[in-house]
Each structure stands twice: as structure tokens, then as C-alpha cells.
Design a binder for this molecule. Structure first.
Ligand code: FEO
Ligand code: CA
Ligand code: CA
Length: 676
């Protein structure tokens, strides 16, 4: 499928759906060199599938429930430790939470978040106003307490992207009409709506969370105007130098911030995901595809990263997003950004030691030997799972702790067929990462992390999304789906061809130490409908028809060490018939692999967050792009949403307001821990 075909495909309803289709063109050219294929060549594929995969990776790793044939699900969750009555699945214009819980809309796109911010006026948007208002498409949510009992704190929220067709009156979708309606003013509003927000919130006398609009630490971070510094091995590198910044140590802004994390010392990590989509070229072929000369200095890197993606036309108004004018500018994106939410004047830092790829999340933990460890996925079909381990130890010294993000080792995962995971260091001068292969220094290894990981023989995965470590040396990896994996490309860790529904891998690091360079892995669940044999799903038999799901994306561990998973099915939700939601997934004991539905999104929305406060009594979830994805499949609506005619006007249900992305806060009626 060409770029032209995708943009003109009538089955693709909006830009977000087009992104998915573009991602069907994988950028990893190295599939023939997977460890699975090495083993296949030695033993033969049929033996692998019948032998090692069928017995070792399924029975031993998953447990006996894996051998239970897909069956009609029974009543929900007998052995599950999650104490709530499961929600009924469905898809409609509103959100729903399990009985006995309150779900209150806390922050919506456009809500004023500074004392001097103007009230939201959707018909008269400006970039200046948006820079003082809550941004669009909230993905990561974190909470930094400001007092001992956690009744006041800072909500740190990523604003991943914008949906112009439901954001601006009278505009419509732009990527398939050459951005003909986009003005410089609209571009700047889009830019101002990206990035992140720090917003103080506090519990009122009734125990309800409220926004503290004049909170001294409230701030917006955006790709329009937030100055950042670059540190680590690639700082100052020639490939980061631009006309604006001959030092290669500075950049304006962050973008496409998807999932993220908080560090143990309370700073916020914003992962830059689909950065390639924001870069532009005026030099196009007849298909509208950018023409990059094979001998251009960045050609190989652009190809591996999909640069320039041309999803937004910011480069038409800002040279720093036009690769014809600033060929090094894309190298300043695709990193993890650290923000100190406690200091509203602090300059965010892009930490190049954490590598450059389509960073999905950056959840942290402290290893048993005291080091900082961060698990990070590269969300592309056939791309890799990474983790970063600091050289030094986490201490009580906040300033010293930040340096842990500059000096450490980045590893990429190889998931072996025998259930071992090997973490391969991306260290210049080690193995193939040498000048002969184009890596002159560690800066090159970090800028071209993907190419370095290709050479190390990492395992191409089914789109690694969020990953969540737990203090006991366990980590959960969300693999969302990969419909382009052929039968010849399966490996034990990605066992299904044409996987529409994804799976979850559990890693147990050696010795319970997150800094270990080896561990074991197993598949916790294979997602999809367990009543359809052809889907090949694996759930604990106690999982009900409400509890199974497709396309795991974000995840969280609650105060009791239990796993929660949120979904993003995109336009593919009709394959399950269910809206996206939040699920409680049991990982322990006989109930391992049991899932229960707790919250579900309004139609067209993606479930993000989730985040539990330390006391386990508050759960934040975030609904991205309500009313957009796959609305052609909503019975009774059956068309693409627009500003004027959306599938839902959640959460306001005001005829003068389009749907608005929003953060929702969930508490138990009468108080107490969630699901306990
Ligand atoms: Fe922004 Fe991979 O989801
Ligand atoms: Ca995601
Ligand atoms: Ca996520």
C-alpha cells in the first residue's frame, strides 16, 4: 500500500487510523536475523512449534491453564484478588465504572490551569490561550504528592497528539487534503496543545479531588515554546547541531509524549513516541512521498525511523520541522525527557543515554543493588524492548539522582525460545557497535539505537507499548498487536501470526534484581476472544466474557502489587465489539491470567493513565480522543466523527462542545482502597 493509497482509503476515517496503516509498513529490515530463525534453521520450524514452543514456552511458562482449550467463559474471577463486581462490556457514548465507584471528570482539554488563563472558548482558540490550558489527548498520568498524607499533589500529564477533525470548527481531516486548511495560527494551536501539563490538585472537605487553578507549580510544556537541554552521550554531537543550535545541546520542545513515568525522586519522564510524523519535506515524489537521496548523510537513519513521516505540516510554518532545511532536527526527538514538576522554572532535559526510538513508556524501579532501572518499549511492528540501568545508586540527593539518567547502560532484549531473556548492552566498541559498522562513538549508538539493536540480534516484537516493573524483579511488557507478522516470522515470545489482539509478557529478572542482564520470561495472557478457537487466546478459564480484551497498551501496578492493563484497539475495536477499557489482570496463584473489566471508555476513545496513588485509594485514568477511532462501526452512528457531528460529545454532552479528552479520577464510594 502506498502513501497515496492510505490517504485515500475510504475505510480509513481519520489521521489516527491512517497512522496505524502507515505503521503496517515496518521499518525493521532485519527480520531474517532473529534468534528464532537461527534456531529454526537448526531444528526445523515444525519441531519448534510442536516441541519447544508447544511445551516449554506454553506449558512451563504459562502454566497448566494454557493447555485448556478456548472455551465459553464462566462467571467472573473466582480466584481473583480484585474485589469488585465486574463491569459489563459494550461500547456507547459514555464512560462506565464498576458498581460502587465514583468516576469524576477532573481535567478536560481546554480547562484553564493557571490563575491568569482565559476560560476555554472552543470557537475562538488561540495558541496563547492553549499554553495556559490543559492540552489535548492525555496519555501518561502521574501524581507527585505535596504533603505527607497525599491529599495534595501535582498531576503530571502527557499530551500525545491532536485530532484536528474534532478539535477545530469547520476544518475536517487535513492529512488527506494536503493540509490545505491548516493556517500558521492553527499549526501553533496544535503545537501548544501537545506536550504536557503539571497541575496541582487537592482533596476538598468532601474528599473529592479538585484542580488548584492558582497552584504555584502549574505549568504547560509544549513543542511550541518550551526550551530544553540535551545531555548524555549524544549531547553536542555533530548530528544534533542545527542552525538554531550550533552546540547540539539545546532544543525547543517535546512532542508525541505517550506513556511515561516518575522517578523515585519525583521527577517526571515524558517518552517521545511517534516523533517521525512531525517532520516534513517539500521534496516529494508523484505518490506524495518524501524523496531522500540514498547518499544523504542521514538517509539510513531516516529510513529506519520513518523520517519524515509528514503526519503534521508544522514544517510548513517552522523550519525546525522541515528536514530539507534542518536535516539534523529529527535527531533532537525520539528521546525521554525529564521534568522537575516541583520547580516550574526548571528546564526539561532530554536524556540521550536512554536511547532514541519511538519511546512508549519509561516506568522506573530501583534494583536490589540500589540502581535506577527503566523499562522502555519501542512501539513499532517488529521493534524492540529496552531497559536502562544506571551506573550509580539512587540516594536522597535529588540533584545527584538526576545524573543517574546520564550515566548508565542501555540494553535491548533478546527473548530466547527456552524462556530466557538476555539483555544485550548497547555500548560503543562492544560486539558489532564499531566504526566499521557506522558507529563512531556512543553518541551514534544512541542516535541510531534501532540500527545498533538490529546488529545485536534483538527479538523483533509485536509492538512493545508500556512496560511496568514491580519491586520484586518482575516486569510486565504490553505487546499490543502485529497484524503483519507472518507465519514464518513467529518466535516463542511473539507466537501468533497476524496477531490482532496482542499479548502480555512477564519477565522475572535473575535473582529478583532488575539490574540483572538475564532473566526468564513467560506469556501471562494471549489476548482476544477465548471462545473463538481461531483467535488462539489464552486466559485463565475464570475470565468472563466481560473480562477478556484486545490490544493491551498502558499498565500500572497498584499499592498491593497487582497489575492493571488499559487497552488501545484503535479503529480495530469492532474486532472485539468492546470499547477500550481498564482491566484488572491477576498474575499470581491459581487465578493467574484472570482478567476483570473495571472501567470502559466512551466510543472512539483510548484508555490511558492508569495511575494509583500510594495509598491505593485514588485511581487516575485518561480518555484520549473520545469520539474518533472506528466510529463507522458504532451501530446507529456509522460515519466518521467531525467537530460538528461527533459520535459522542463526552464528557460535557453540550451541543456547543465537541468531545474532549479528559482525565477521570476514580474513588470507592465510602472510601478505601480500589478493588480491595
Ligand atoms: Fe502512543 Fe504506542 O501508543
Ligand atoms: Ca500507547
Ligand atoms: Ca501507553
Amino acid at each position: 500500500m502506498t502513501r497515496h493509497d492510505i490517504l485515500n482509503d475510504p475505510s480509513i476515517g481519520n489521521k489516527a487510523e491512517a497512522y496505524e496503516a502507515f505503521d503496517d509498513i515496518p521499518t525493521n529490515p532485519n527480520l531474517e536475523r532473529t534468534i528464532g530463525d537461527v534456531i529454526n534453521a537448526r531444528y526445523g520450524r515444525r519441531e519448534i512449534l510442536r516441541g519447544m514452543l508447544g511445551v516449554t514456552a506454553t506449558t512451563t511458562l504459562f502454566g497448566t491453564s494454557a493447555m485448556v482449550a478456548p472455551h465459553q467463559a464462566s462467571a467472573a474471577g473466582h480466584g481473583s484478588r480484585y474485589a469488585f463486581d465486574e463491569l459489563t462490556w459494550g461500547n456507547d457514548e459514555n464512560h462506565h465504572v464498576a458498581d460502587g465507584y465514583d468516576a469524576q471528570v477532573l481535567l478536560r482539554w481546554g480547562d484553564p490551569i493557571t490563575a491568569d488563563a482565559p476560560e476555554f472558548d472552543v470557537m475562538n482558540q488561540t495558541a496563547a490561550a492553549q499554553l495556559k490550558q490543559f492540552g489535548y489527548n492525555n496519555d501518561y498520568v502521574g501524581f507527585v504528592p505535596l504533603n505527607q498524607d497525599g491529599t495534595r499533589g501535582l498531576l503530571c500529564v502527557n499530551h500525545e497528539y491532536t485530532n484536528e477533525e474534532v478539535m477545530f470548527p469547520g476544518l475536517g481531516r487535513q492529512d488527506n487534503v494536503g493540509f490545505s486548511g491548516m493556517t500558521p495560527e492553527l499549526i501553533d494551536i496544535e503545537m501548544a496543545a501537545h506536550g504536557g501539563s503539571v497541575v496541582e490538585i487537592a482533596k476538598d472537605a468532601n474528599g473529592a479531588w479538585q484542580v488548584v487553578r492558582d497552584g504555584k507549580m502549574n505549568r504547560r510544556i509544549s513543542p511550541l515554546d518550551t526550551a530544553m537541554t540535551i545531555d548524555g552521550p549524544a549531547a553536542g554531537h555533530a548530528r544534533l547541531q542545527t542552525n538554531d543550535d550550533p552546540t547540539g545541546t539545546k532544543v525547543i520542545g517535546t512532542l508525541n509524549n505517550c506513556a511515561g513515568g516518575l522517578t523515585p525522586w519525583g521527577t517526571w519522564l515524558m517518552a517521545e513516541e511517534n516523533f517521525h510524523g512531525y517532520f516534513w519535506s517539500d521534496n516529494l515524489d508523484a505518490d506524495g512521498k518524501p524523496v531522500i537521496a540514498d547518499d544523504a548523510p542521514e538517509a539510513a537513519s531516516y529510513k529506519r525511523y520513518g523520517v519524515p513521516g509528514m503526519w503534521y505540516n508544522w514544517g510548513a510554518a517552522h523550519d525546525r520541522f522541515n528536514v530539507d532545511k534542518e536535516p539534523h532536527a529529527p535527531n533532537k526527538f525520539g528521546w525521554v525527557v525529564e521534568v522537575d514538576p516541583m520547580d516550574p522554572t526548571s528546564t526539561p532535559i532530554k536524556h540521550t543515554a536512554l536511547g532514541r526510538f519511538r519511546h512508549e513508556g519509561s516506568e522506573t524501579t530501583v534494583s536490589s543493588d540500589g540502581r535506577l532501572v527503566i523499562y522502555m518499549g519501542d512501539d513499532n511492528r517488529f521493534d524492540y524492548q529496552y531497559k536502562y540501568v544506571s551506573g550509580g545508586k539512587v540516594t536522597d540527593d535529588r540533584a545527584a539522582n538526576s545524573k543517574l539518567l546520564s550515566d548508565g547502560t542501555l540494553y535491548v532484549a533478546r527473548f530466547d525460545e527456552d524462556g530466557t531473556v538476555a539483555w544485550l548492552p548497547l555500548t560503543h566498541g562492544t560486539g558489532p557497535l564499531t566504526a566499521e559498522n557506522g558507529f563512531n562513538d556512543q553518541g551514534d549508538v544512541m542516535i541510531d539505537t534501532r540500527i545498533a539493536a538490529d546488529l545485536l540480534g534483538a527479538t523483533p516484537m509485536d509492538r512493545p507499548e508500556d512496560a511496568q516493573p514491580r519491586g520484586d524483579g518482575t516486569a510486565y511488557i504490553m505487546l499490543t498487536n502485529n497484524t503483519k507478522r507472518g507465519a514464518d516470522d513467529v518466535n516463542a515470545a511473539n507466537p501468533r501470526p497476524e496477531s490482532s489482539f496482542g499479548h502480555i509478557i512477564e519477565i522475572k529478572e535473575h535473582g529478583g534484581n532488575h539490574a540483572a542482564t538475564t532473566g526468564t520470561w513467560s506469556i501471562l495472557v494471549k489476548c482476544g476472544d477465548p471462545s473463538l478457537a481461531e483467535v488462539g487466546a489464552q486466559w485463565n478459564p475464570d475470565t468472563s466474557e466481560n473480562g477478556w480484551f484486545g490490544s493491551p497498551d498502558n499498565c500500572a501496578i497498584d499499592a498491593d502489587g497487582r497489575l492493571w492493563v488499559s487497552t488501545d484497539q484503535g479503529s480495530g475495536w469492532a474486532k472485539t465489539g468492546k470499547s477500550d477499557g481498564l482491566y484488572a489482570v491477576e498474575t499470581e496463584g491459581d487465578a493467574r491470567g484472570t482478567s476483570k473489566l473495571f472501567f470502559r471508555c466512551p466510543v472512539g476513545g483510548e484508555m490511558c493513565g492508569p495511575y494509583f496513588t500510594d495509598d491505593g485509594e485514588t485511581l487516575f485514568v485518561a480518555v484520549q480522543h473520545p469520539g474518533t477511532d472506528g466510529t463507522k462501526n458504532l451501530a446507529g452512528f456509522e460515519r466518521n466523527s467531525t467537530f460538528e457531528d461527533p459520535a459522542t460529545r463526552w464528557p460535557d454532552f453540550d451541543p456547543a462542545m465537541p468531545p474532549r479528552p479528559a482525565v477521570v479520577v476514580i474513588t470507592k464510594q465510602g472510601g478505601g482502597k480500589i478493588a480491595v
